[in-house]
Design a protein around this ligand. Structure first.
Ligand SMILES: Cc1cc2nc3c(=O)[nH]c(=O)nc-3n(C[C@H](O)[C@H](O)[C@H](O)COP(=O)(O)OP(=O)(O)OC[C@H]3O[C@@H](n4cnc5c(N)ncnc54)[C@H](O)[C@@H]3O)c2cc1C
Length: 182
């Protein structure tokens, strides 16, 4: 079982936590429910005809908790890099095997790690949301500040999670479920 520290509790962070916790990993999400989603009214999240951002967040938070993820109601103040990643908050420090940084429009922690950026200044990631630092992912609005949508952040969080699941399994992984037989 791997431990994953997820900094940010918007759609990107919660989606990553869902896939990781559902597949038996220890997913810890840091965030104080201050996402921009509380200003949104969604008509463009496929599969949900309409929902307030606040209601979406409530359902999503309950969903990830039901699969065993932990949401820590604290701000991350710093991250340090060693054999593991140490995440600091006002109440102490915790260490993780992987980091998913999904801080939204102001990615202070991600920037503190001096990750590579593109010509526009956005943090550079590949299609699995991998940053230039091994085992560090940057997801959602933090990586695409000018083209942010909830469903894209959720998809990026899922892609990062699948990449971690594949790294841990040593082979490609999908998280597919089928309906019960009857
Ligand atoms: C007025 C408005 C209307 C919108 N309408 C729509 C819409 O109709 N459809 C749509 O798809 N999108 C809409 N959006 C955009 C949508 O809100 C974003 O695309 C989405 O929230 C991005 O998700 P994210 O997970 O990348 O980041 P965010 O949702 O921004 O989540 C980041 C989270 O990380 C937390 N955080 C940051 N730093 C730290 C730290 N150091 N420690 C702990 N937590 C931290 C933040 O407080 C926040 O909760 C709207 C946005 C606004 C402002």
């Amino acid at each position: 079982m791997a431990s994953i520290g997820i900094i940010g509790d918007g759609p990107g962070g919660l989606s990553a936590a869902l896939f990781l916790a559902k597949n038996g990993h220890q997913a810890t999400v840091y965030g104080q429910d201050k996402t921009a989603m509380h200003f949104a009214y969604l008509h463009n999240y496929l599969g949900i005809p309409e929902i307030t951002g606040t209601e979406f967040q409530k359902v999503a938070r309950d969903q990830v908790i039901s699969f065993g993820a932990v949401i820590v109601d604290e701000e991350v103040t710093a991250v340090s890099i060693g054999d593991a990643f140490a995440v600091s908050t006002a109440s102490g420090e915790a260490t993780f095997d992987y980091l998913i940084l999904t801080e939204g429009k102001n990615p202070v922690v991600a920037r503190s790690l001096n990750l590579e950026v593109d010509e526009s200044g956005a943090i550079e990631v590949d299609r699995d949301s991998r940053s230039s630092m091994d085992r560090v992912y940057v997801v959602g609005r933090s990586a695409r500040p000018e083209r942010s949508q909830a469903i894209i952040s959720a998809g990026a969080g899922a892609a990062a999670a699948l990449d971690i699941l594949a790294s841990e399994a040593g082979k490609n992984v999908t998280d597919w479920d089928s309906p019960p037989a009857d």
